[in-house]
Design a protein around this ligand. Structure first.
Ligand code: SAM
Length: 268
């Protein structure tokens, strides 16, 4: 068992677990209505799952950036022959100047360490009239199933003393209006916004995989604790959430898994 979980550690298995991101990405792509010739930046591209879809939809330049070296290595490996440029870089670090017509950012904004800086950089990276499309989990209770499971971790005697040192890394706002204002504050004109709860049904094992494709890179990441994480803590944590997902299953053996998601399309 590893002692630190981040996106680099999860990279190899990411695509077989990322059902939720994939579904949301398809909704985002259809909302974006790509024109077929635009230069597109996939911000927080992960393993390039969505970047390769974008590549099929435009003859323009396609660039994917992500701060996780492991994710970018996996993206390069999986995108051989695709003509996509990948770079290890965060939204906060990027310094493109009017180079893209479109930025697509799927399941990433909640991870921004400095959301204002990131959005400022997005604005600068777009050409005038360019647009950004974002899908992100929203609200503090971003997924009631996960939040409930983690509440068990908070109380369980095996995990409570270490979990008390966990500091949530995520950027969440509570309403669609707040997200719209956030984009407007950075000079964007919001042309579409929607906040919805998306529910799908899965076995408890699948729910644990979905948990492992994103949330786990927060809850079990040493960077968000000021005490050392031990193997015992990590395995107790995983046992507790797995058990809770089993309890959440109905008589048909399926869990109704809900994510609050925000979709924003905004123009420079
Ligand atoms: C759940 S994955 C989504 C990957 C991809 N967009 C997709 O839809 O499959 C979240 C990604 O955000 C990246 N990320 C985290 N912080 C970031 C930041 N500040 N700037 C850009 N990407 C970031 C992570 O490394 C990770 O690859």
């Amino acid at each position: 068992m590893m002692e630190k979980v981040d996106f680099s550690v999860l990279a190899e298995k990411y695509e077989e677990m990322a059902f939720a991101q994939k579904t949301a990405a398809e909704i985002l792509l259809s909302l974006m209505d790509l024109k077929g010739y635009e230069d597109v930046l996939d911000l927080g591209c992960g393993t390039g799952m969505l970047t390769r879809r974008i590549r099929e939809m435009t003859s323009g330049r396609v660039v994917g950036i992500d701060p996780s070296l492991g994710m970018i290595k996996e993206a390069i490996e999986k995108s051989r022959g695709f003509n996509i440029i990948y770079e290890v870089k965060s939204a906060e670090e990027m310094d493109y100047d009017e180079e893209f017509d479109v930025i697509i950012c799927n399941s990433v904004m909640q991870w921004f360490r400095d959301p204002d800086k990131a959005l400022e950089n997005c604005y600068r990276a777009l050409r005038p009239g360019g647009r950004i499309g974002v899908q992100a989990t929203a609200k503090k209770i971003y997924c009631p199933n996960f939040v409930e499971a983690v509440e068990r971790v908070r109380k369980d005697e095996r995990t409570r003393s270490v979990f008390a040192h966990f500091r949530e890394p995520w950027f969440f706002l509570e309403s669609e209006e707040e997200y719209v204002l956030f984009f407007e504050r950075h000079g964007f004109k919001v042309v579409f916004s929607d906040m919805r709860a998306l529910t799908s049904e899965h076995t408890p094992d699948e729910v644990f995989k979905i948990f492992s494709s994103g949330a786990m890179a927060g809850y079990l990441n040493q960077d968000y604790y000021d005490v050392p994480l031990t193997e015992d803590y990590i395995s107790a944590f995983n046992e507790i959430v797995k058990e809770e997902f089993r309890k959440q299953a109905g008589s048909d053996g399926k869990v109704k898994l809900t994510f609050n998601r925000v979709f924003i399309i905004a123009v420079k």
